[in-house]
Each structure stands twice: as C-alpha cells, then as structure tokens.
Design a protein around this ligand. Structure first.
Ligand code: PLP
Length: 425
C-alpha cells in the first residue's frame, strides 16, 4: 500500500528551498532573526519530533521516554551553566508562551502588570491591550522619554501609583543597556515581581556585552532563536529549586521554580517539542564554547560601526545610537516612511522591519522608523568593513526608493557579495 508517509510534497520543499535562497542571496537585518547551524537543523528534522513526553525528565505521563529524558536533562544542565542560574525550564514552545507562563505562575487574573508599551520598544506580551497580557491582567504601560531612553523615574512613579504585582523589563526594540538594578529597586519598593525578558539581548548577556539580570530579576526569560541562534523556543530561568514532586504552592518568591514548572505543565502546555528541546541543547553546547563570546562581541561591534556609518550619512537613530545589536532608524530623516523604507530595502535584498519611533505621529501599520540588527550578518562572518559597505547600500537604496530598476541592480550586487559569506551548514 502506498500510504501517505511515502508521498513527498515538492511544492512545499520548493518553497523551503526558495526561502533558503532568499536568505542566502540577501542580508537579513531583522534583529530578532538569525541563521541556525546545520547541527541544530539536523536534530530539528529528527525522529525526536514523533515522541510524546508530557511531564518532566523522570516523571512523565508516557512510556518510552528514556532518550528524550536525557535530551531534556542535557538541555537544562547547559542552560543553567550558560546563564549561571539554579533552575531552567526549556519546554516553552516560544517566547510568547514563556511570558504567558510567567504571568500564569506569578499572578491572578486582574492583577496589575507594568511594562513598556509596544510602540516604545516593548513586546506585545508586556501588556499590550489586545494581547492576553493586557486582556486578562490590568496592564499599565510606561513610555520612554522623547529621545527613546527608559525613564526610570517615570517607571518608579507609575509603580508607586499603580502598585503592580509584576514589572516587565527587557525589550524588543530598545537599543540601550537596561539597568536591571534600578528596575529591581523599583520592584522592591512596591513589592512587585520583576521579569527580565532578555529575548533580544541574551547572546550579549552570554558574551558580557550586556549586564546579566540573573540574580537580580525574579524570572529571566529568553527566546532561543534570536541572538542565541537556536531553534524557535524559550528558556525560563530562576534561582532556587522546584519541589519534588511538583506540588501546588503559594505564589511567593521562594516557590518561583515550582510555579514556573507547574505553569508550563499542567498550566499551559501538553507534550514538549522534543526535537526543539534537542535543538536548544545543541545551540546551548555551541553557546558554551569560548568562540560564542567572540560572536557576541562582534555583534555589538558591528552594530556600533553600522550605527556610526548611518549617522555619518544623515540617518537619525532613536536614542542617537546603540549599545546593543539593534538600532531604530527614524526615516523622517530621509523623507520616507518606515513602510516605504522596508519595501525599498527589501527590493534591494536587505530585509528589515518597519517600526514605530517614540511618540510616533504615524500609524503602526506605516510608522516612521525601521529596526536594524547585526546578529544574522555576524553569523555569516561579516565584520566592521562589511558594515561600512552595508551602510552605504542602505543609503543608496533609500535614495533610490522609487527606482525599482536601480534597487534590483543593487540586489544583484548584494547577492554577489553574499557569496563570500555563506549561511552556516
Ligand atoms: C522581547 C521579546 N519577548 C518575547 C517575544 C516573543 O517571542 P515569540 O515570537 O517566540 O513568541 C519577542 C519576539 O520578538 C521579543 O522580542
């Protein structure tokens, strides 16, 4: 019988190939994107994906878990080592479910959460009104100052006024160093939990280019697919150890590891994605190598050079520059909207995303800015010299935004350039 497992889907395979070629032939500059290694891709496409294993290693609701138990134990041990933390949960399906787990673990519906508004650099899960975090919880949102910097005085003022049970720090489009200690002091003053969402900056935390919130925040969350270059997924990190067995406990600081594990399962998820856990384990092995620190340093150096080159070419950057892997460019400085710039750059083979700038007068569907980052370029081996060239190309594309022929020729030139910087495999 020619059953369905033997049927191939050339249509989808072709699309996957086209996507790989699109990535290889262009410059991925969306700061939340990266290129995983072949070693990660190999386990993602393995038989581990077939296996159900609800529960945690050694305490599953399914038989046949001896190998996936080992995979998960290794991933947990490596996550703890990499971030220097007592407890790690590696099962969250992605960053948003991981943040959901933190809320579910620490709060009751209706409790107050204080987070940075999406339009100022926060993430949807930090309390946006249309997200679960702004619907099930009483979300209060802070803004940056006019230049785009976090105004810690303003955060403190709002915390005193609204007495949140959770303060969210860590951002999606914020180019500057976060002062974890200041957020801790504010949280302590009002008796709030502090979540550090380091999804964007975790590679820089590993390399020491951004201070670590471990030991300062109550919970640290990071996606695994941005700077860390793993598969899609997330890490939930906290100090302390979960109770065994995982019994129902009060929502106190001492119980955070237990609360997080119980929030993932039985709270929110069923079977962990074992192929993904394996990919996370592989990524963590790579991130534990000394070379990964070099990678993080280079990501930050590249962003610095790129930002300086853009400033020299008359681009305006939110906060005037960057300390991290990303920058937000105010396209008003070049007479384009964010959507127009995104589109022109895309035609030229440079992938970026449109983004609001602080106090943006335009709509989020066609905002004033674009967001640029260096993690994926750095994975391909590009360094300072290449950043100078890329800044020149960005300028050229923006100047010829209405000239499709020019942009397509530029794409050809960029594709030629990328041949010296293949995707990892
Ligand atoms: C700071 C931050 N937190 C959480 C997330 C959510 O991650 P995911 O897209 O994997 O759900 C993102 C994604 O961009 C993010 O930037």
């Amino acid at each position: 019988m020619k059953d369905f497992p033997f049927i191939k889907d050339e249509e989808i395979q072709e699309l996957a190939k086209k996507e790989a070629k699109r990535q290889a032939d262009g410059l991925e500059m969306i700061p939340s994107e990266n290129h995983t290694s072949q070693a990660v891709l190999d386990v993602l496409g393995s038989r581990l994906t077939d296996k159900y294993s609800e529960g945690y290693p050694g305490g599953r609701y399914y038989g046949g878990c001896e190998f996936v138990d080992e995979v998960e134990r290794i991933a947990i041990a490596r996550a703890k080592e990499l971030f220097g933390v007592d407890h790690a949960n590696v099962q969250a399906y992605s960053g948003s479910p991981a943040n959901q787990a933190v809320y579910f673990a620490l709060l009751e519906p209706g409790d107050t959460v204080l987070g940075l508004h999406l339009f100022y650099g926060g993430h949807m899960t930090h309390g946006l009104k249309v997200n679960f975090s702004g619907t099930l919880y009483n979300s209060v949102q802070y803004q940056t100052d006019k230049s785009g910097f976090i105004d810690y005085e303003e955060v403190a003022k709002m915390a005193r006024e609204h007495k949140p049970k959770l303060i969210v720090g860590g951002y999606t489009a914020y180019p500057r160093i976060v002062d974890w200690q200041k957020l801790r002091e504010i949280a302590d003053e009002v008796g709030s939990f502090l979540l550090a969402d380091i999804s964007h900056i975790s590679a820089l935390v590993v390399s020491g280019d951004h201070p670590s919130p471990v030991g300062i925040a109550d919970v640290v969350m990071s996606t695994t697919h941005k700077g860390l270059r793993g598969p899609r997924g997330a890490l939930l990190l906290a100090n302390g150890n979960p109770s065994t067995p995982l019994k129902k406990v009060e929502k106190t600081k001492e119980n955070i590891p237990t609360l997080l594990d119980r929030a993932i399962i039985p709270g929110l998820q069923g079977g962990p994605h074992n192929h993904q856990t394996a990919g996370i384990a592989v990524m963590l092995k790579q991130a534990l190598q000394p070379e990964f620190k070099e990678y993080g340093h280079q990501v930050a150096k590249n962003a610095k050079v790129l930002s300086e080159e853009l400033l020299a070419r008359g681009f305006e950057l939110v906060t005037g520059g960057t300390d991290t892997h990303l920058m937000v460019v105010d396209m008003n400085s070049k007479g384009l909207s964010g959507r127009e710039a995104e589109s022109a750059l895309s035609t030229a083979g440079i992938t970026v995303n449109k983004n609001t700038i602080p106090f943006d007068p335009r709509s989020p569907f066609d905002p004033s800015g674009i967001r640029l980052g260096t993690p994926a370029l750095t994975t391909r081996g590009m360094a300072e010299e290449e950043m100078k060239q890329i800044a020149a190309w960005i300028d050229e594309a923006v100047q010829h935004a209405d000239d499709e022929k020019h942009l397509k020729n530029l794409h050809k030139e960029i594709t030629k350039f990328t041949k010296d910087f293949p995707l990892p495999n």
